[in-house]
Design a protein around this ligand. Structure first.
Ligand SMILES: Cc1cc2nc3c(=O)[nH]c(=O)nc-3n(C[C@H](O)[C@H](O)[C@H](O)COP(=O)(O)OP(=O)(O)OC[C@H]3O[C@@H](n4cnc5c(N)ncnc54)[C@H](O)[C@@H]3O)c2cc1C
Ligand code: SF4
Length: 278
């Protein structure tokens, strides 16, 4: 495997595609390469060309979670989501761009079962062990999206700038379908460069996890209050970050037998988040 370290965005774009992968902090990609869940003949280290740092409402996609959690200018929902994610070591290496693109933690997928998300016809989790899995959007793939910051950015109504277009964070994600098993709309070789994060009047992120620290969200709730109302988004409840209008939307959940508890777990978290921002 080759490692290239381009010095310009143009050189990075030229090196991407054709069996290569973008590498940022490597906290997600390197384990996936080791377990052969991702194949790449070339790694393109994009840290020299993807913007890093915070400038007003603009955040470079190469900014680490540790940098975001300690910046008072960052809306509280995003700061808190970063603080509650992973471990200090991972947060000091892991970037926000890489975090948004992390793969599912579903153990069937990580053990390379030929499941729906891997292109097969069956979701092994539905009949198997699925305590950490989804309660929404889980008909074909019942995985739960693991990113805390993604839910915060969804509630905040953030947009992304890539090397090809601008798109709302909401449009970065899609449920996998028969024709396309990807959970993002990013094109091959497309680079996330910056995030534009509106400033809310108030915002917060609360999270239920198996341990008090360093665990993926069983349920995460982001709430952001703007002049026209409060926006809510959830982590850990669907194959992608999930927007809801209110607690009442939980009545539309389609939990599996082992995930029904998440519906009840989400209720008090939503109330607590709403209380914090109103
Ligand atoms: C043990 C463990 C616990 C964790 N716990 C949590 C948690 O509780 N909550 C949570 O939210 N996250 C958690 N994470 C995820 C962690 O935050 C991510 O691994 C990290 O943020 C990924 O960033 P990275 O820079 O290391 O990405 P990389 O590993 O470098 O890349 C990840 C993916 O993104 C792509 N990529 C990276 N940057 C760009 C870019 N700018 N444009 C296009 N593609 C890009 C890569 O090609 C790759 O596919 C955990 C991870 C681990 C290993
Ligand atoms: S939940 Fe998704 S990733 Fe897990 S086994 Fe089912 S299809 Fe595969």
């Amino acid at each position: 495997m080759r490692l290239v370290q381009p010095e310009s965005l143009e050189a990075a774009e030229a090196a991407l595609g054709n069996g290569s992968r973008a590498l940022a902090g490597g906290t997600e990609l390197v384990p996936l390469l080791r377990s052969r869940l991702v194949e790449a003949d070339t790694l393109v280290d994009v840290r020299g060309v993807v913007p890093r740092g915070v400038n007003g409402t603009t955040i470079g996609a190469g900014t680490t979670l540790a940098e975001l959690e300690s910046d008072a200018e960052i809306p509280a929902a995003l700061r808190e989501a970063c603080t509650l994610a992973a471990s200090p070591q991972l947060r000091s290496m892991g970037t926000i761009g890489g975090n948004l693109l992390q793969a599912t933690r579903c153990w069937y997928w990580r053990l390379n079962y030929p499941c729906f998300l891997h292109g097969g016809s069956e979701c092994h989790a539905r009949e198997g062990a699925h305590r950490e899995h989804a309660i929404f959007g889980n008909e074909d793939c019942a995985s739960a999206h693991p990113s805390d910051p993604a839910a915060a950015l969804l509630a905040l109504g953030a947009t992304l700038r890539t090397d090809r277009r601008e798109l709302p964070v909401a449009d970065l994600y899609r449920l996998p379908t028969e024709d396309d098993r990807d959970v993002t709309s990013l094109q091959p070789g497309e680079l996330i460069l910056e995030l534009e994060v509106p400033r809310p009047e108030a915002s917060t992120y609360v999270k239920a996890m198996d341990r008090a620290r360093w665990a993926f969200p069983l349920v995460g709730v982001a709430a952001a209050r703007f002049a026209d109302g409060v926006r809510l988004a959830l982590a850990g409840v669907a194959p992608i970050p999930w927007r809801i209008e209110s607690e009442a939307d939980l009545d539309q959940a389609t939990p599996l037998p082992g995930t029904a508890y998440k519906v009840e777990l989400a209720r008090p978290l939503i109330r607590r988040a709403l209380q914090a921002v109103t």
